[in-house]
Ligand binder design. Structure first.
Ligand code: COA
Length: 349
């Protein structure tokens, strides 16, 4: 094992002592998707479906899928490198690496260990957070709290998932929905691009059965029988999840506004978890929000689980959809059932 050389860049000295949660800032962002594309036409060769059905019922045109030999931490590390470059912070100066994932490289150790090694964040502690499609927002809140406590100066928060691993390509109900990707942000206590001024998270285990992989854990260890029954793949109750998702997206957005004394008109853009274009349309219409203020890039990537929010945020920033002086809401939902929302306020130039 290599130890840090004496020439390694000195670790940045962070001011210590607690700060208000609302002072934790986003310092940089990056994302990464695999090269390989899986189109609706490709899926129509595997199961009884069509491009027309998939587009009208989900809004998805294609997804990106890991190449042979590529793993979740490869995507996470690339997104992290881009976020670090964007923030101007060296990997050695990172204190915490958090990886939100439901599809780790291996059961043990955590994927954060592989990402840390790949990017050279050798002074960081790190661990994984599993909250399904809400994982990135859960990890964001953990990173934010660690920084606000004064224990750590900064954190790299990554959402990386390869749901292609959990997808049953014999099931037309699920295989059309998912893709692979990663997105990452650097958080710190100094002034950055945006402050995360409020967050709200929730979990309702009564809905645990609505999105699940039944085999591979202590409840049902992997066996020849579980593999024969295809229980290593993700199953869900699409209709119930759809209803829950529309209510949660609209509810979270309203609540974040109300508890921050804001009107919906004060929010320049909502970036929701990308699960189904129709869910986003229904939530926008329930909120009476013009469609252009509900960000949607699902056509190109499908549902990439913990990666959808940082990937969409990165794209929205690159497209100039959000910037200086504006307010943004991030909102996610998924397995658990878990949900989460964040209010971001961009600094004026
Ligand atoms: C899965 C989902 C796309 C299904 O769309 P839907 O409009 O609810 O479709 P239904 O389940 O009502 O099925 C309608 C019909 O289409 C069929 N169908 C399902 N998938 C199909 C596909 N890929 N191609 C063609 N037909 C399909 C069904 O078999 C059903 O046929 P039937 O009427 O003969 O029984 C939708 O429910 C959904 O997106 N749910 C939320 C899922 C989600 O977001 N999960 C992750 C949360 S993080």
């Amino acid at each position: 094992m290599k130890h840090p050389s004496p020439q390694a860049p000195a670790r940045a000295e962070h001011p210590r002592g607690p700060v208000a949660l609302s002072h934790v800032s986003l310092l940089g962002i990056g994302s990464s998707v695999p090269e390989r594309r899986l189109t609706n036409a490709d899926l129509a060769r595997l199961v009884d479906t069509s491009d027309e059905w998939i587009r009208t019922r989900t809004g998805i045109g294609e997804r990106r899928i890991l190449a042979e030999g590529q793993v979740t931490s490869d995507l996470g590390a690339e997104a992290a490198r881009r976020a670090l470059a964007n923030s101007g912070i060296a990997p050695e100066a990172i204190d915490v690496v958090l990886v939100a994932t439901a599809t780790p490289d291996q059961p043990v150790p955590c994927t954060a260990a592989f990402v840390q090694e790949k990017i050279g964040a050798r002074n960081a502690m790190g661990f994984d957070v599993d909250a399904g499609c809400t994982g990135f927002l859960y990890a964001l809140q953990v990173g934010r709290a660690l920084i606000a406590s004064g224990a750590y100066g900064n954190a790299l928060v990554i959402g990386a998932d390869a749901l292609s691993l959990l997808t049953d390509y014999q099931s037309r109900e699920t295989c059309v929905l998912f893709g692979d990707a990663a997105g990452a942000v650097v958080l710190g206590r100094e002034r950055g691009r945006a402050r995360i001024t409020d967050m709200q998270l929730g979990l309702d285990g009564r809905g645990a059965h609505l999105i699940q992989v039944v085999a591979g854990g202590t409840a049902r260890p992997t066996s020849a029988e579980t593999v024969a029954a295809r229980e290593q793949y993700l199953r869900m109750n699409g209709r119930e999840v759809f209803r829950f998702a529309v209510d949660k997206l609209a509810g979270l957005t309203r609540e974040l506004c109300a508890r921050n004394q804001l009107e919906l008109d004060d929010i320049d853009l909502v970036i929701p978890h990308q699960a189904n274009g129709r869910i986003l349309d229904a939530a926008a219409s329930a909120l009476e929000l013009p469609p252009e203020r509900m960000f949607c890039n699902i056509e190109h990537y499908g549902n990439t689980s913990a990666a959808t929010i940082p990937l969409a945020l990165d794209e929205a920033l690159r497209q100039g959809r959000i910037g200086a002086g504006q307010r943004l809401i991030l909102a996610a939902f998924g397995a658990g059932l878990a949900w989460g929302g964040a209010l971001l306020e961009f600094e004026a130039d």
